[in-house]
Design a protein around this ligand. Sequence first.
Ligand code: ZN
Length: 319
Amino acid sequence: MKLQELYDLAVRTGIENDPRGEGEIKTILAEAKRKYEKLDEDDKATFDTETLASPYADTRILAGDPQMEVTGILVGVDMEVGEILLADKLRERGSKINVVMAHHPEGQALAALDKVMAMQADVWNSFGVPINIGEALMSPRMSEVRRNLMPVNHARAVDAARLLDFGFLCVHTPADNLATKFVQDYLDAERPRTLRDVMKALKKIPEYKQAALEGAGPNIIVGDGDKRAGKIAVDMTGGTEGPEGAIEKLADAGVGTLVGMHYGEKLRKKADEKHVNIVVAGHIASDAVGINQMLDRIAATDGGVEITTCSGLRRVERG
Ligand SMILES: [Zn+2]
C-alpha cells in the first residue's frame, strides 16, 4: 500500500461513515469547487486544493512522498516530536516502520481544525435541532477555535518527520466518525435504561474496559447512576467541543443524555442547568475505538503492513 492509498482509504472510510451522508458531502465538495473557480489567481495560489476532494481539513498527508510504499506504521493518538524519535529508535532496532500516523491533527491539519466543526450542526439536526439554529450556533464557536489555533506552532512534528525521512499523516475526523457510529449503534441496540446501564454497556467495549482499568474509563459528570438515560446522543465527532448553546437546543429536541469524549466546565454547567445528563466515555479510549476500526480496514486492504501502536492506543482487532 502506498502512502497516498492509505490516505485515500482513510478519507473514503470517513465519508462512508459520515453523519451527514454521502449525498450531502458531494454537495459540499461541489460547492467548494464552485467557490475555488471564482477565486482570483492570488488567492488560488495559497488555496488548499485538497479541500476540493476531501471534506476533512483535519486529515492530511503531512510529510513524505505520497507514492512511497508503506512497510510499517507507528500509530497513536498524539504523535509529536517524541513519538517521531520513538519511531526512529524502533526503526534502528529493525522494525519496518516508515510511516507515522497521528490521530490528533498536526501541521496544516491542526491549523484548519475549525473547518470540520460545521458538521456538528448536521449531527444535532439528526437529533431534531433545526439546521438554521445549529449553523447559527456553530459559526461563532468555529471562529473562536480558529483564533485559539493561530498562535500554535503546528509544524514541529511535521518537521521532525521530514528530517528523519518518515512519511507522516494524520487521520482525525474519519476515525472519529467511525467511533461515533459504532458507539451510537451499539447503545441504540443495548437500550440502556439508566446512566448506570450506560456505563455498564460502555465498559463491555474493550477500549473502555481497558481505560477503566487504567483510571480513565467512562464517568457520569451530569446526572447520577439511578437516573434514566432517555434519548441518547453520541457526540464524538466534528473536530472539538461545540458551543454551550447547543446543549439547550438538544434538550429542547428531546435528548436526555449526551455520551461524548470531553466536556469543558461551561458545557458541563449548561447541561446541569438544562438537566441533560452527560456521560464522558473517555477521550483517549473513544479515539482508540475509531482508530482501531480504521486500522482494521488498513490491515484488511494490505496485511503486509506492520502496525505498531503507542501514545495511548492499544490495538483491538474487530472481525
Ligand atoms: Zn481526540
